[in-house]
Design a protein around this ligand. Structure first.
Ligand code: NIG
Ligand code: FE
Length: 416
């Protein structure tokens, strides 16, 4: 059945549904089908029709949007952000530009611990206000689904405060928010001499409470020299998994500590960063079907090397791209800019970069049945871009040609 619709977007100059079985891997990533003169019909907040405009041209609809000169894609999905946060770490940017490393700053009590102090001291209301502000900026870049992590509370009480804020952010919309517990982001000062005691606290108190209250879908760990070891990470991820929290991991970001192999071993949904990953780590992830979530904004902002994206594609690993939005290592909400870095930094083709911020990013959150593509029955999250083809999202760069955003079929940004 086609109409009647609540909203008919069409005709659309170039419709890019990103509709395929998830995940998209290997050579298929180069193929991004488009429908010239397309249409999307929406009913009850879901996609009810997707295809050529001519088939629904006369259909009844309560509202119509003409996008005949534009390109329509699904709302973008960001699978790795660190909102909510507060505070100002701009001074660290100068320190880094003067030659201090990211981990030096962290070990000296700045970095993650500086944001921890701001978050611990904040009321839930002010954290929520900050999160809403950041989410609004994501929306202005076409992001309609985002993963968001705790990890700046680093105590049972403050981690839960962050996750409650994320619950409220998702409930109030307009974006879909997928919460992750990252209690294992850094060892807090009160456990400086007893990191094992902090791991006990995470496993015995925080994770069980988070799981019992349904506050997060994922459990994440910053597995890195100076943060959590392989053994500690394994224990935390397996504990989370036993409690029903799916594992994901910050792996091999700065040094190769075997984080990618651990991701494969524990059946992680995704391993993220991977700038220093070994070839063996890539193979292990490919065999286990772990998604490689690459964060080229972090390489750019920390002035580091880029992850070996082409090797992941060649190995058949699913790849996704994300901002890593956080106040230290990558302060950006502009996922199109990140996709651009995916092309010019990681060496991806534009088509590959677009799969990596739509269908594959949704797969990296195990939300691909709901979001990440325009297919019948999925959420009607879509963006109207003022470009003649998806390639023109990359051809002029550093621009924001977004004209309108619809979330669950409702216009939440712009006119057309
Ligand atoms: O993913 N690497 C660890 N965590 C974040 C940075 C967090 C921060 O610096 O506040 C990241 O890059
Ligand atoms: Fe991160």
């Amino acid at each position: 059945m086609t109409g009647p619709f609540d909203l008919l977007v069409g005709p659309i100059g170039c419709l890019v549904p990103c509709d395929a079985p998830a995940p998209r891997t290997g050579p298929a990533l180069r193929d991004l089908p488009t429908i010239p003169n397309g249409a999307v019909g929406i009913r009850g907040g879901l996609v009810a029709y997707m295809g050529p405009y001519e088939e629904v041209a006369g259909a009844e609809s309560k509202a119509n949007v003409d996008a005949s000169r534009q390109t329509v894609l699904p709302g973008f999905v960001d699978p790795h952000t660190h909102i909510p946060f507060l505070g100002d770490r701009s001074a660290e940017l100068v320190l880094r530009l003067q030659g201090k490393t990211y981990m030096d700053i962290g070990r000296a009590g700045g970095g993650i611990l500086s944001t921890m102090r701001a978050v611990r001291n904040a009321s839930k209301g002010s954290l929520l206000e900050a999160a809403r502000g950041t989410a609004a900026r994501f929306l202005s870049h076409g992001v309609t689904t985002l993963e968001a992590k705790s990890g700046y509370g680093l105590s049972v009480e403050s981690e839960i405060k962050q996750l409650e804020v994320l619950g409220e952010l998702g409930d109030s919309g307009p974006q879909t928010v997928i919460p992750t517990c990252l209690g294992a982001h850094f060892v807090p000062p009160e456990f400086k001499d007893d990191p094992g005691g902090y791991v006990d606290l995470l496993c015995d108190r925080l994770l069980p409470e988070v799981a019992r209250r349904g506050l997060a879908k994922f459990c994440d760990v910053f597995c890195e020299e100076g943060a959590f070891t392989i053994e500690q990470s394994r224990r935390i991820l397996l504990k989370g998994k036993e409690l029903g929290l799916l594992p994901r991991i910050h792996a091999d970001e700065i040094e190769d500590t075997g984080g990618a192999a651990l991701a494969a071993e524990v059946g992680a949904v995704s391993a993220d960063h991977l700038m220093a990953v070994s070839d063996a780590g890539i193979e292990a992830m490919a065999r286990a079907g772990v998604c490689a979530t690459l964060l080229p904004g972090t390489s750019f902002y920390l002035r580091k090397g880029y992850a070996p994206a082409r090797k992941f594609v060649e190995a058949g690993c699913p790849i996704a791209l994300s901002t890593d939005c956080n106040p230290g290592s990558s302060y950006s909400t502009n996922l199109l800019h990140i996709a651009t870095l995916g092309v010019f930094g990681l060496g991806l083709m534009p088509e590959e970069a677009l799969w990596a911020i739509t269908l594959n990013a949704a797969y990296a959150l195990r939300e691909h049945d709901r979001v990440g593509s325009l297919a019948i029955g999925k959420r009607a999250d879509l963006c109207v871009w003022d470009v003649p083809s998806p390639l023109h999202l990359f051809y002029p760069y550093g621009e924001n040609p977004l004209r309108a955003v619809f979330s669950g079929g409702r216009r939440v940004l712009g006119g057309v």
